[in-house]
Design a protein. Structure first.
Length: 403
């Protein structure tokens, strides 16, 4: 890891900003919002299924809005875009705490999903990918570590606040903490990132529509998008219902929870390894193999009666998830270039966010219709293997395109 040491010595401030944005994106990620779910369903006297439908609708709404704002990082100053996103995310969290009507809850969740999972991650990955070329893999992998750190720290903090106070207080405190970050942001020098802004300025609506259409209709999109979609779909679906699956298998929930430490370690390590490998072998080559570990890990998860099957899955899921962020974003830069990366990446982000809504929805439907655990996991495994085969077509893509 000596190369990371030398890289950080000269670029610490820039990559730490990317890291902080992915870290703060936790407030709009499913793993954190799920901590509020038991209290929300009680407060609004709704079922888990009803909340799941509301959550899916909010997520899809956020993904569509993402298309209209994702391009701003291409032509607006980074500090201005970040400040707007942080303010919106903070106010959405506060609004969640003050939501006493389903309509208000809906608006709050849309804001959290759009600004947290959507824009905070999008800004980080886009500006880092634009600024760094030679060491793009390393820069993106370090920035991606913010996700792992958020997953390790925030659940402990939020559950403690909920236990000692109330879920509404936890949401309000989260929002206030986000708004306080604006003080730090004001004194952060981001001028180097602004040098990568498009000289063309804000695109017209018609120009954006043409860009989006050309991306979606291009064959490269049909090769790249399924990999992004299926990983988010599978991860969200399994982790959303993981304790349902654990109970179905008769495994110890406590022991399964401890295995998450191994998942976190695997994700952390392979985020760093993935960055080095992308710089060494290119994202195009890595995109052909990074889904394989998790695809294979689903087999013991489905078929083994021992809880070791779950451990093997969590290790392989950590490997694939760790590499994914760096590989996917670097691949977009390699194939499409970086001039309009904000607009192009927002298309991929939209489909990724939609997948996180559809995953729990479709798997929940299968569970409600008494499809057994092993069959569901094997179906996901088969789908991932098909996507891996589709990803092999990327080797024939040799030319960057400009949209």
């Amino acid at each position: 890891m000596k190369e990371y040491y030398y890289f950080l010595r000269g670029n610490f401030k820039k990559v730490s900003f990317g890291w902080l944005l992915t870290f703060l994106s936790s407030f709009g990620q499913t793993f954190l919002i799920s901590l509020y779910v038991p209290e929300i369903v009680k407060a609004f006297a709704i079922s888990e299924g009803t909340f799941g439908a509301i959550y899916a609708a909010c997520t899809v709404s956020a993904s569509i809005i993402m298309l209209t704002v994702g391009h701003t990082v291409d032509h607006k100053p980074v500090k201005k875009v970040t400040a707007f996103t942080v303010i919106s995310l903070g106010l959405s969290s506060i609004l969640l705490g003050f939501s006493y009507h389903l309509a208000v809850l809906f608006v709050a969740l849309v804001g959290l999903r759009l600004c947290g999972q959507g824009l905070m991650s999008h800004i980080s990955m886009t500006i880092i990918s634009k600024y760094f070329d030679k060491n793009r893999g390393k820069a993106l992998s370090i920035s991606s570590l913010g996700y792992s750190m958020g997953e390790a720290i925030f659940p402990i903090i939020i559950t403690s606040i909920i236990a000692f106070f109330d879920w509404r207080i936890a949401a309000i405190i989260s929002g206030v903490a986000l708004l306080l970050y604006l003080i730090r942001l004001k004194f952060t020098d981001l001028i180097d990132f602004d040098k990568q802004l498009s000289p063309e300025g804000k695109p017209s609506t018609w120009s954006l529509i043409k860009d989006y259409k050309s991306v979606v209709l291009d064959k490269r999109f049909g090769i790249m998008m399924p990999a992004s979609f299926i990983l988010s779909f599978t991860n969200t679906a399994i982790f959303f219902y993981q304790y349902v699956f654990v109970e179905d298998k008769g495994w110890s929930a406590q022991l399964y929870a401890t295995f998450f430490t191994v998942y976190a370690i695997a994700r952390f390590c392979f985020s760093l390894f993935g960055g080095t490998w992308v710089d060494k072998f290119t994202a195009k080559k890595m995109s052909r193999i990074y889904l394989i570990p998790m695809s294979l890990g689903l087999i013991p998860f489905a078929l083994m009666d021992s809880i070791i099957g779950a451990l093997l899955f969590l290790i392989t899921a950590g490997i694939t998830t760790g590499m994914s962020g760096t590989v996917k974003t670097s691949l977009i830069a390699e194939i499409y270039g970086t001039e309009k990366m904000g607009a192009i990446r927002s298309v991929f982000t939209m489909f990724m966010v939609i997948s996180t809504a559809l995953g729990p929805l479709l798997v929940g439907f299968l569970i409600d219709n008494d499809v057994d655990f092993s069959t569901i996991i094997l179906l996901l495994c088969a789908t991932m293997i098909l996507v891996v085969l589709n990803s092999q077509r990327i080797k024939n893509v040799t030319k960057r395109i400009s949209v």
